[in-house]
Design a protein around this ligand. Structure first.
Ligand code: NI
Length: 257
């Protein structure tokens, strides 16, 4: 079985002590590629450093996370843009809106989001969207920019069946991770109503570990629990889920050379 973890912050300090074991377990479960979303300039270097160690396996995105949009966001955007001008990244991410913790910088979050969507169109790479408590708002921003060239994924999709339909109609994928294994998360209905061809697998490690590890540190090898849950919901096999979602990830992020 070959799996791609399309969203994993494995460069964070949470993995400092046992990174090699984490990567070994991932390989054992068939997770042979891990895509790393950027956060801000405090973590760009550790992310890029990890990719340098194993460029066949680890792939960097570049962007400014909405939770890192503060007073200095223009400076942060400048740094991210300089990286994008210098080399190839698999996506602009993660970007978007987060209205869960703090709405102080709402206006700035919107400005950063719009700017980075334009970058993705310019570089012809996908966007990876963080849409916590802001699914409708993010759908609206994507719709404004969607003139046929924009592509990407709603990472950690947690919306309704109706919102899932809108995301798919915009040509976007749904990023599905550990939350699908949580009771009462409401994702069951969404998964039952959409085809696997619109689904990408992700962990969002170290966050959002699937059952039976809920609340613990998440890691790429746990993707297997997401696969099993999806197979269950789709009345399909784990192998089929792996084949389809891996193909989706390879296509969106242009991972086949
Ligand atoms: Ni993330």
């Amino acid at each position: 079985m070959v799996l791609i973890d399309t969203h994993s912050h494995i460069y964070l300090p949470e993995f400092e002590k046992d990174a090699s074991q984490v990567f070994e377990r991932a390989e054992k479960e068939g997770v042979n590629k891990v895509l790393m979303p950027a956060i801000d300039s405090s973590t760009h270097l550790s992310m890029i450093g990890l990719e340098k160690q194993n460029p066949e396996r680890f792939f960097c995105m570049m962007g400014l996370h909405p939770c890192s949009v503060k007073d200095n966001f223009r400076e942060e955007l400048k740094i991210a843009r300089e990286y994008l001008d210098k080399r190839h990244f698999v996506a602009v991410g993660e970007i978007g809106l987060d209205f869960y913790w703090d709405k102080t910088f709402t206006e700035q979050q919107y400005e950063a989001f719009h700017t980075q969507v334009e970058w993705a169109i310019h570089f012809d790479i996908p966007i990876v969207i963080h849409s916590r408590n802001s699914t409708d708002e993010c759908i609206k921003v994507v719709a404004e920019h969607q003139k046929g060239k924009l592509k990407g994924v709603f990472h950690c999709f947690s919306g309704s069946v109706e919102q899932a339909r809108q995301v798919i109609d915009l040509g976007f994928y749904l990023g599905i991770g550990g939350v699908v294994t949580f009771k009462n998360a409401g994702l069951d209905k969404v998964i039952e109503s959409v085809g696997l061809e619109y689904v990408l697998l992700e962990t969002d490690a170290p966050y959002l570990a699937p059952v039976p590890f809920r609340g613990k540190r998440n890691e790429p090898s746990y993707l297997r629990y997401v696969v099993d849950k999806l197979a269950d919901l789709k009345k399909s096999s784990a192998q089929e889920v792996a084949v389809v979602t891996t193909k989706n990830a390879e296509k969106l992020f242009n991972l086949i050379n």
